[in-house]
Ligand binder design. Structure first.
Ligand SMILES: Nc1ncnc2c1ncn2[C@@H]1O[C@H](COP(=O)(O)OP(=O)(O)OP(=O)(O)O)[C@@H](O)[C@H]1O
Ligand SMILES: [Mg+2]
Length: 382
């Protein structure tokens, strides 16, 4: 049997664990065409949740369009994609879609033919006559009218929404708000992991998205429910395991779904022969994973300065809200604060560390602290 625990990429259907309450709630909100801001730390499963939501909504006859701001470095490219995706959600016939896109003032349809003859339709913003903001508003306005004409509900999902700031914000945010507010046929989910950025966008009175929609914070998956999911697959694969032992996996993975999936995937492989998940198997998992990923960690390590390495070592031993405290500095022989600050900033820029909304510093890759732990034991001083 194929390994049922998928990690990285979008996980759907029977491979997607739980999130029943969140899915039901989001489904209700979207059937009511509300506006929801979905936030969580990284790798908690927002993107997966959104794809599963769209699968459900499609079954209920709701049209859906998904946009990932990460994929669009410029507003121009986002405006084009938004127009195409919303039009495509409501019109599946390629000829008619091209006709629709030809009707825009600020866009030109772009049709490409793949070697297998498959037609793909895109659009680009005409330049220099059209500014991308007007193109975006034209696209959104069209989506609303088109959905009304088709008598369909439309849900627009904008992932990595906190990236909006890169488009040179304020004018865009205000214009977007006033357009979105007028819509009666479209529900919106805006999702992102830069919690502080999104929360300040929505909660600060001076900002354009102030109270534009409700905030939904995605937490970890409940351990009892997730263990049942894991146990169910193990049984189907003919594995023996004790439900209580599985708890160790959630501790090792700090309840981050991506880590849990990786641990379970590895567990399945390690016990493929014996078909028996024991505590020994579980204890071995992080070592197997960091061994697999060690070329990647080595590279990061080589690029880090001595001060950054010392800080990473300290943070891998202890989670702290205050890396600048005297106690922490003394305990790990790091400092002065100016050097810690510079190291933190650089490591966050390189996406090795990130800061959660409670102010704590975390490793973006939850297994890196284990690798540093093994490193410390093998090469005590670096
Ligand atoms: N409910 C789930 N069931 C199974 N796997 C999940 C679930 N949620 C998340 N995952 C796992 O976590 C990985 C990351 O999920 P996803 O990309 O959806 O997170 P995210 O919150 O969008 O992360 P980011 O903030 O980095 O965009 C997935 O590839 C999958 O392996
Ligand atoms: Mg995501």
């Amino acid at each position: 049997m194929e390994n049922p625990f998928k990690y990285g990429g979008v996980v759907r259907g029977p491979h997607f664990a739980d999130r029943e309450d969140e899915l039901a709630e989001l489904e209700r909100e979207m059937l009511n065409l509300s506006r929801v801001f979905l936030v969580s730390p990284r790798r908690y499963g927002k993107t997966c949740l959104l794809f599963n939501l769209m699968d459900r909504l499609k079954k209920r006859g709701v049209a859906t369009a998904y946009l990932d701001l990460n994929a669009h470095p410029t507003l121009k490219s986002f405006a084009g994609a938004l127009t195409v995706e919303t039009s495509r959600a409501l019109e599946t016939n390629t000829d008619r879609l091209i006709k629709i896109l030809s009707g825009f003032q600020r866009l030109r349809p772009k049709v490409s033919v793949a070697p297998d003859g498959f037609l793909s339709v895109g659009a680009e913003v005409l330049s220099p006559e059209a500014d991308p903001l007007s193109a975006l508003l034209e696209g959104l306005n069209h989506a609303e009218r088109f959905a009304a004409k088709k008598k369909r509900r439309l849900v627009v999902v904008i992932d990595e929404f906190s990236d909006m700031a890169k488009y040179d914000g304020e004018v865009l945010e205000k214009a977007l708000r006033s357009e979105v507010q007028k819509h009666q046929q479209i529900g919106y989910v805006m999702s992102g992991s830069e919690e502080s950025v999104i929360l300040s966008m929505v909660r600060e009175q001076s900002r354009a998205f102030y109270k534009l929609g409700r905030i939904m914070e995605l937490g970890p998956i409940r351990r009892d429910i997730y263990s049942d999911f894991v146990m169910g697959w193990l049984k189907r694969g003919g594995y023996r395991a004790d439900l209580r032992d599985l708890d160790g996996i959630f501790t090792l993975g700090q309840d981050v779904p991506q880590n849990i999936q990786r641990l379970c995937y590895t567990m399945w492989e390690v016990a493929r022969e014996s078909k028996h998940v024991t505590l020994e198997v579980i204890d071995k998992l992080t070592e197997v994973i960091v061994r697999q990923d060690s070329p990647h960690y080595e590279l990061l390590w080589q690029m880090a300065t001595p001060a950054q390495r010392s800080l990473l070592m300290a943070l891998s031993s202890e989670h702290t809200l205050s890396p600048f405290s005297r106690e922490f500095m003394l305990k790990y022989s790091i400092g002065p604060p100016s050097s810690i600050k510079a190291s933190l900033e650089s490591l966050m820029k390189k996406s090795i560390l990130y800061r959660s909304s409670d102010g704590a510093y975390h490793f973006a890759d939850g297994f890196m602290p284990y690798w540093i732990g093994y490193l410390r034991r093998e090469r005590p001083v670096s």
